[in-house]
Write a protein that binds this ligand. Sequence first.
Ligand SMILES: NC(=O)c1ccc[n+]([C@@H]2O[C@H](COP(=O)([O-])OP(=O)(O)OC[C@H]3O[C@@H](n4cnc5c(N)ncnc54)[C@H](OP(=O)(O)O)[C@@H]3O)[C@@H](O)[C@H]2O)c1
Length: 276
Amino acid sequence: MTQTTRSLADGTTLPAIGFGTYPLRGDDGVAAIRSAIEVGYRLLDTAVNYRNEREVAEAVRASGVPRDELFIQTKIPGRDHGNARRSIETSLEIMGLDELDAVLIHWPNPSQGLFVTAWEGLIDAQQAGLVRHIGVSNFTAAHLDALVEATGVTPAINQIELHPLFPQDAQRAADAERGILTQAWSPMGKREAPFDAAPVVAAAQAHGATPGQVILAWHLAVGSLPLPKSTSPQRQQENLAAAQVALTSAEVSAIGGLAREDGRLFDGDPDLHEEM
Ligand SMILES: NC(=O)c1ccc[n+]([C@@H]2O[C@H](COP(=O)([O-])OP(=O)(O)OC[C@H]3O[C@@H](n4cnc5c(N)ncnc54)[C@H](OP(=O)(O)O)[C@@H]3O)[C@@H](O)[C@H]2O)c1
C-alpha cells in the first residue's frame, strides 16, 4: 500500500500517520490494534507505562503483516532512566522481538536529573543493535540541547502534546532546526477535540471530509506526525485517509488560530510534570 511518509534525519521514511495504542489492553485491545494494522497503519506507538506491549506484539503476529513492514516504537518510563538498556531488553522480551524500530524517553522528569543517563542508555542499546532509532518525548529545546551537549547524539524523534488547541509552534520550530521529527500525542485534542469549531467544520465541508480528517490533515500541513487512537475500525480507516485531504494555507492558519493561551489537556508541562 502506498502511504504518505515523513523522513527522519538519516533518511528513514515513516508513515505520516501512526496509530496510538494507549489505553488499548486485553483481548479488546488486541482486536483494536489488529484492526488498525489491517486497515493499513504501519507505525504503532506503545510505551512500557501503557502496559500493552504484549497486546501490540500479539496484534502484529495475528495480522500476518511482515515485521519489516511495521515501525514499532515504545517508550522507557521515568523509573528506568538509570537502567535504560535493561528496560529495552525487557520490552523486547515481552514483545518477542529482536529489535525495536524506535525507543523514546517518555518524559524528561528533570527533578530526577537522569535524562542524560537515560539517553546514554538508549545510545548503548542502539549500538548493540537492540533499536534502530532513538528519540524522546515531551522534551523542551533546553532538554534536547542538554542531550546533544553531553553525547553529541541528536534524537531522531520528539513526541509532544500537539493539537489545534495547543499547536506548539515554537517547539515544532525548535525540533525542525535540530533535524528532529515531531510526533503529536493526543493529536485530535482527545476529550477537548474541536470537532465543532467553525474553521474545522468549514474545511470539512469544503473538502467533503470529516472533522477528524481535517484535524489530522492540519497536522500533516504543519509538519507534525500524528498518532491518533481509535477503537473503531471505521474511524481508524477515516483517520488514515486524512492524508488525502490537502488543506489550503488559509484553512491551516484558521485551524491554528484555535490555539488557547494554555491549550494543554492537563498540566503536562515537561519542566514540571513527572511520570515514573
Ligand atoms: N508521549 C506521551 O506522553 C503521550 C501522552 C498521551 C498519549 N500519547 C500517545 O498518543 C496517542 C493518541 O492520544 P489520545 O488517545 O490521548 O488522543 P487522540 O488520539 O487525540 O484522541 C483519541 C480520542 O478521539 C476519538 N477519535 C479518534 N478518531 C476520531 C474521529 N475521526 N472522529 C471522532 N473521534 C475520534 C477516540 O475515540 P474512539 O476510540 O471511540 O474512536 C478517542 O476517544 C495515544 O494512544 C498514545 O499512543 C502519548
